[in-house]
Design a protein around this ligand. Structure first.
Ligand code: NAG
Ligand code: NAG
Length: 559
């Protein structure tokens, strides 16, 4: 009997605390509204609880669009019975799970729960969060973990990042949201938010996959670096190395430890794996340094090219290996969007852990180079290296033959760019003091000011992505404002050429593919090839979430 009353009591008690809530509200709306000029009315409606409709209908447009993108992704592509996105492949599913967790964090860090005055709104928000958190929880079982253990090192590292993102959300939700809801309800508080019970599972999987992937580090060739795939001719590429740096530093910062020794049996070494393991930091610093010195960045554009083979490397039928030059000297100069992204969250983490501002400077330089490679602020149709018209674009986009892999890349870029520029959560400031580096407020504020300068470019990309939505809210792959006319097509075809030495091995052109973009005249060019998929949807979600992050946290900071 008592149990049944708890939700009502909670809500009643929350309202009874109206005095407290009101005083918090009086402080918070100014800051909130100052950051969100012009949204006074909508926020006021949330505050007043406007009964009869969901709080979502009164939300600031960008938050509403982000929630719509998430809802379309989950309603259209997520299957509850199997706990996964059945059309995804293993690594793209790991990335999509990452987007869901990160979106929940963005929502929680932008909605001030103390400003939600009505019980029904509060319940509605919790219901929204719980709904998607449930998806990430059952994906733990839907994820093809057994097969992933035998895949390439980059595949494993996407898994690590995904579960650490989940842990980060749970921690943020517990601290920011749940603790507030529970304030004054000591009897319940000790249990904490129910999501916390999944953290040991997520931590265990992150650790298993991190340890497996660590075998990819190889000092025998190229003076170090991660090998892409243990089953193929050695290829030391940007993505595997960026992922190893990003996963290492995220393990160092966010991994809570793990007491589950399976499948390690009773080996003492693995009985308890501690958080803030110095080895993780060491790996992050080491791999970042290797990557920076590998000369994978193009000397003029500054962009990361794809990776290196080793000239003459050969395995004889009897198993003997001829290492050839043993050097990373055969470059695939292909440029992909995701290779410019993952290293950004790594830079932020390394700065947090070490206090060295050079990591942030590297990140901003790379973002500047990416923005330049979209042509921005020019908005004509000429290819600029990684986009045109100020909009990020994969090389395969304009001809519509991107593979399932390629379709995932732009979303990855914006996820990591968002992470790079995300303001610190309160508990993160402690990382810098734990590391003994102290927290340099000036550096931090300069960093945020530089981030805020990307705001217009982010909005521009979000608008281009949104323009590709079909009637069911599904995002296309090739972000642009309209179907190109004849003259524009000519410019596109003439200017979009691969750099010398580039092989787009990730997006092979299908044999029967017509490369003439003009064939698409009069129809939706995003219906070509694979069309709209869960991967293209994740890209739309990611750029909208980025826009929302910039609006809430970075809009009015000026350099
Ligand atoms: C693991 O066990 C140790 C020792 O019992 C405990 O202090 C720690 O909190 C546990 N950690 C996790 C992540 O469960
Ligand atoms: C394996 O084959 C290569 C090339 O034929 C030869 O040079 C090498 O000596 C062989 N190694 C062994 C262990 O037989």
């Amino acid at each position: 009997m008592r149990l049944l009353n708890i939700p009502i009591l909670l809500c009643g008690a929350t309202l009874a605390q109206a005095g407290i809530i009101e005083s918090i509200w009086r402080e918070s709306p100014q800051t909130f509204l100052a950051r969100n000029g012009g949204q006074q009315e909508t926020i006021q409606n949330i505050k007043n609880g406007d009964r009869g409709s969901s709080p979502q209908s009164h939300l600031p447009p960008t938050l509403r669009d982000t929630l719509d993108a998430l809802q379309v992704m989950q309603d259209t592509y997520f299957d509850l019975f199997t706990g996964t996105w059945p059309d995804a492949i293993d690594w793209t599913a790991a990335v999509i799970g990452t987007h869901v967790s990160a979106t929940l964090s963005s929502i929680i860090s932008s909605v001030d729960i103390s400003s939600i005055a009505s019980c029904s709104d509060l319940a509605s928000w919790q219901n929204t969060i719980d709904r998607y958190f449930a998806h990430t929880s059952i994906f733990y079982f839907g994820e093809n973990a057994f097969s992933l253990r035998n895949q390439a090192f980059d595949d494993m590292l996407w898994v690590v990042l995904g579960w650490l993102e989940n842990i980060k959300f749970v921690e943020l939700y517990s601290l920011k949201h749940w603790d507030f809801v529970q304030s004054g309800h000591g009897a319940l508080a000790s249990d904490g938010w129910h999501g916390l019970q999944f953290t040991p599972m997520a931590a265990h999987r992150a650790r298993i996959f991190y340890d497996l992937a660590s075998d990819g580090w190889d000092d025998s060739l190229c003076g170090g670096g991660m090998t892409w795939n243990p089953y193929l001719t050695p290829y030391k590429n940007a993505i595997t190395n960026e992922l190893f740096t990003a996963a290492s530093i995220a393990m160092y910062l966010y991994y809570p430890g793990d007491n589950n020794s399976s499948p390690y049996m009773a080996q003492t070494e693995y009985e308890y794996s501690k958080p803030h393991n110095p080895l993780h930091l060491e790996n992050a610093v080491k791999s970042y340094k290797w990557l920076r010195e590998s000369q994978m960045n193009h000397p003029d554009s500054g962009l990361y090219q794809d990776g290196f083979h080793i000239t003459g490397w050969h395995r004889y039928p009897n198993g003997t290996i001829n290492p050839g030059t043993g050097q990373c000297d055969e470059l695939d100069s292909m440029v992909y969007t995701y290779n410019q992204g993952v290293i950004l969250s790594a830079s932020r983490g390394l700065w947090l852990a070490t206090g060295a501002r050079s990591y942030l400077a590297d990140g901003h330089n790379l973002i500047d180079d990416v923005i330049k490679a979209t042509g921005w602020p020019n908005t004509d149709a000429t290819w600029a290296g990684l986009g045109r018209g100020g909009v990020l674009e994969e090389f395969c986009d304009h001809n519509g033959y991107c593979s399932q892999n390629g379709q995932t890349f732009k979303g990855i870029f914006f996820h990591h760019m968002s992470e790079f520029c995300r303001p610190l959560w309160p508990h993160e400031e402690a990382f810098t003091s734990e590391a003994g580096t102290g927290f340099d407020k000036d550096v931090y504020e300069y960093h945020l000011a530089r981030c805020s300068a990307y705001s217009q470019w982010i909005s521009h990309n979000a608008a281009a992505a949104s323009a590709t939505k079909d009637g069911q809210g599904r995002f296309g792959m090739w972000w642009k404002f309209e179907e190109p006319g004849q003259d524009t097509l000519a410019v596109i075809e003439e200017s979009t050429i691969l750099p010398p030495g580039a092989v787009d091995y990730i997006n092979p052109i299908p044999e029967d593919w017509s490369l003439r973009s003009s064939d698409t005249r009069g129809s939706d060019s995003n219906d070509r090839g694979r069309g709209r998929t869960v991967e293209t949807q994740s890209g739309g979600l990611s750029i909208l979430r980025a826009k929302w992050n910039w609006e809430t946290h970075l809009h009015q900071i000026s350099a």
